[in-house]
Design a protein around this ligand. Structure first.
Ligand code: SF4
Length: 332
């Protein structure tokens, strides 16, 4: 499907309350619906159906943007401040990437950051794009800011197969380096780990080493979660096209469940934890990841998780998902 279509949507509010009790933040902002990065494992793909859109590559090529998001956010924050209930912290990009390609022109994420800075509200951002560096001036001025860089492999072939339009792993590592050098707290979200593709000992060690060399000291990792028929179907179509020899293996692993069995996950998480420890890195799961599947699953809806699950203990408590962030569907 081409070319990409950009569709404005009016939102009454920009800040969305996060009701899940175990989430590490109370409010979220997602300026965009749909994501031009088009990752085949993205859990947010399912949410396009809420707009009456298909969950196939329409998710990548029909992008909805919240027109006038900064001014709507400002009005919302003014009302909250008048009630003495200004948020302490807001998570940006809990569902779709706030620095996808359109942001370079639309500047909605930047506008929201400027507004949050006016009110002194802290921010965490999750992205796969070094476009976040454009807003380094604002990041420096916000309280308690952190940037979560999602990166799950250094392998160029695997990266391009499953992330058709994201910036390269090398550019994300350079982005992490620039942020850490600027004094910005960086978390690496090594998600989603793909069984039999990116979970080999040499693969995870290379990723941990590259992140450590980039100055990253905090990381979470999580295996892929295929939570809905839409996501599962799209991922398998990509897998079959590029790695047909793995289709049967993946079918056995994911046919009856959204996530891998613990017997598969645990040894890999333990090994990654050891690799991180060797490089002086700490796991961020306990801080960032919901402590139970209930927090990730809304009824029968797709669990949301994304790039927020974590190392051994946390990941075991809440097998991660896939998108750029771990969250729930209500976060739009
Ligand atoms: S995983 Fe993140 S970057 Fe990839 S399509 Fe989903 S929201 Fe976009």
């Amino acid at each position: 499907m081409n070319p990409t279509q950009y569709l404005p949507m009016r939102a009454k509010t920009i800040l969305n309350a996060v009701s899940a009790p175990n989430m590490p933040f109370d409010w979220s902002i997602n300026p965009y619906r749909g994501c031009q990065h088009g990752c085949s494992f993205c859990y947010a793909r399912s949410t396009h159906a809420y707009l009456g859109e298909a969950a196939d590559d329409t998710f990548q090529h029909r992008i909805f943007y919240k027109d006038d998001a900064p001014s709507i956010l400002r009005a919302q924050l003014q009302r909250m401040r008048a009630r003495g209930k200004l948020p302490n912290h807001v998570a940006i990009g809990t569902a779709t990437d706030p620095y996808q390609q359109l942001e370079a022109k639309a500047r909605l994420t930047r506008g929201c950051l400027e507004t949050l800075a006016e009110f002194g509200v802290g921010v965490s951002i999750t992205t796969r794009s070094p476009l976040v560096l454009r807003d380094l001036d604002l990041l420096r001025s916000l309280p308690g800011v952190s940037v979560n860089i999602s990166i799950h492999t250094l392998d160029k072939g695997i990266w391009r197969t499953f992330e058709p339009s994201t910036p390269s792993p090398r550019r994300r590592l350079e982005c992490a380096r620039t942020l850490t050098d600027a004094g910005i707290r960086v978390h690496a979200f090594a998600v989603p780990i793909l069984p039999h593709l990116t979970d080999g000992e040499a693969d995870t060690e290379a990723l941990v080493d590259a992140l450590a060399d980039a100055g990253v000291r905090h990381m979470m990792s999580s295996f892929m979660r295929l939570s809905t028929p839409e996501v599962k179907g799209w991922f398998f179509s990509v897998l079959r096209a590029s790695y047909p020899e793995l289709a049967e293996v993946y079918g056995k692993l994911y046919w009856h469940s959204a996530h891998l069995p613990a017997s598969y996950r645990k040894p890999v998480y333990a090994r990654i934890a050891a690799q991180m420890k060797r490089r002086g890195m700490s796991e961020i799961g306990a801080m960032l990841v919901p402590r139970g599947d209930a927090a990730l699953t809304l009824g029968s809806a797709p669990a949301v998780s994304p790039d927020l699950s974590a190392g051994t203990p946390a990941s075991e408590a809440a097998p991660a998902a896939s998108s750029c962030q771990p969250v729930q569907l209500a976060l739009f």
